[in-house]
Ligand binder design. Sequence first.
Ligand SMILES: Cc1cc2nc3c(=O)[nH]c(=O)nc-3n(C[C@H](O)[C@H](O)[C@H](O)COP(=O)(O)O)c2cc1C
Length: 151
Amino acid sequence: MEDFDIMSKALIVYASRAGETRKIGELIAEGLRFSAIEVQVTSAKDIKKMDDLAGFDAYIFGSATYHGEMMESMKTLLFLAEKAGLEKKTGGAFGAFGWSGEAPDRIYETMKNIFQMDMAGVPLRLKSSSLGGGFKMAQDYGREIAKKMEK
Ligand SMILES: Cc1cc2nc3c(=O)[nH]c(=O)nc-3n(C[C@H](O)[C@H](O)[C@H](O)COP(=O)(O)O)c2cc1C
C-alpha cells in the first residue's frame, strides 16, 4: 500500500497474568484498526529498552490489578517510558479487574501528570472483556483514541 508509511501508529502494551487484560488490549487494537490506525500489541515484558517505545503516535498501556496494584512489569515499563519523550502524544489506559481496579487509574494519572500526554477521556476498566458489553466498550475505546489522533 502506497500510503503505508504515513499511517498513524499506536502501541498497546499490556501486563496480564490470566490473559483478560491482554484480550482487552487486543479489542482496543481492533477499534483502532477499524479507524485505519496501524497497531502493535506487546507484552510489557517484551519492552526492554527505550528504543522499543520509539516511533508511535499513540501509546495505550494496560495492567490487571493484583493486591491493589498494577503488575510489576507495568511499573518497570512506566519508569522506562518516563524518559521516552511522550509529551503531547495521544494516550490511553486500561485493565481487567475483580473489585477495586486501581491499576488503570494509576497508569492513566502517570501518563497524564508525569508524561504530559494527551489522554483519552477516562481509563477503561473492565471486569471482563466478555461481560456486560465489555467487548464493544474496548473496541469503542480504540475508536475514541483514533479520533483523538486525527486532530
Ligand atoms: C491473587 C489475586 C489478587 C487480586 N487482587 C485484586 C485486587 O486487589 N483488586 C481487584 O480489583 N482485582 C483483583 N484481582 C482480580 C484480577 O484483577 C482479575 O481476575 C483480572 O481479570 C485479572 O486480569 P488478567 O487476566 O489480565 O491477569 C485479584 C486476583 C487474584 C488472583
